[in-house]
Design a protein around this ligand. Structure first.
Ligand code: SF4
Length: 215
């Protein structure tokens, strides 16, 4: 029988509270000190691990400090600096175009505005939500590979499309909790509900998970 929205919301609240207890300090694991660094880190993290991105960004952030610096970057130099993150030509192109647009349209700043963010090169809904949550402390549900997997296993959606999942999760979870939920799901997906072998016996949300022990 299909779970009603009110029951799903109640279950969502219990999952949220359990995740908060398990991962009180869940946070974005891309190293950054300002919105611009986070934005660059997000672009580099496409098809790449946060760990790898964190290995290349210290040298990059020492060299390119402002949007104007990224706008003026020489493609070959930038490509060499980000080579190990994969898809380096495309990423370099996007980063330089991003720097140019930030200078031309936003005074060199990353806009604190979701609708503006998604108009920028290399930034889709996922990255815009990461920036809203982690750079500006605003609500946002980040649908990455962990969220797709866990939202399905937890029975909050049957969708695989990230945008549909985001819109299905929004009414289930209190808006102020969206950011922490997003971070906690990534922590839980990396540490317990992994893609290959979820540790259901030790899972903090197993009581409220309709697919526990089925993997
Ligand atoms: S009970 Fe198992 S499938 Fe459900 S969230 Fe926990 S680890 Fe994942």
């Amino acid at each position: 029988m299909k779970e009603s929205l009110s029951k799903r919301k109640a279950r969502g609240g219990r999952v949220l509270r359990a995740l908060r207890r398990a991962y009180p300090d869940a946070h974005c694991e891309l190293t950054h000190t300002n919105p611009l660094e986070l934005t660059i880190g997000c672009i580099l993290s496409a098809q790449c691990t946060d760990k790898r991105v964190n290995q290349v960004t210290p040298a990059l952030f020492a060299k390119y400090r402002t949007a104007a610096d990224w706008a003026a970057a020489k493609p070959a130099e930038l490509e060499a600096g980000i080579h190990s993150t994969g898809f380096f030509r495309n990423k370099a192109r996007n980063i330089i175009a991003l720097g140019q647009q930030l200078v031309e349209r936003f005074g060199g700043n990353v806009p604190n505005d979701f609708d503006a963010l998604v108009t920028l090169p290399g930034i889709g809904r996922k990255t815009a939500n990461v920036i809203m949550v982690s750079a500006f402390g605003q609500p946002g549900i980040v649908v990455d590979t962990h969220m797709i997997r866990l939202a399905n296993r937890l029975g909050f959606t049957r969708q695989r499309d990230p945008v549909k999942i985001e819109f299905e999760l929004q009414p289930i979870l209190p808006r102020p909790q969206w950011g922490h939920f997003s971070h906690a799901i990534v922590f839980h997906g990396r540490r317990c509900c992994t893609a290959r072998k979820p540790q259901c016996a030790d899972c903090c949300v197993r009581r409220w998970c309709p697919t526990r022990d089925q993997w």
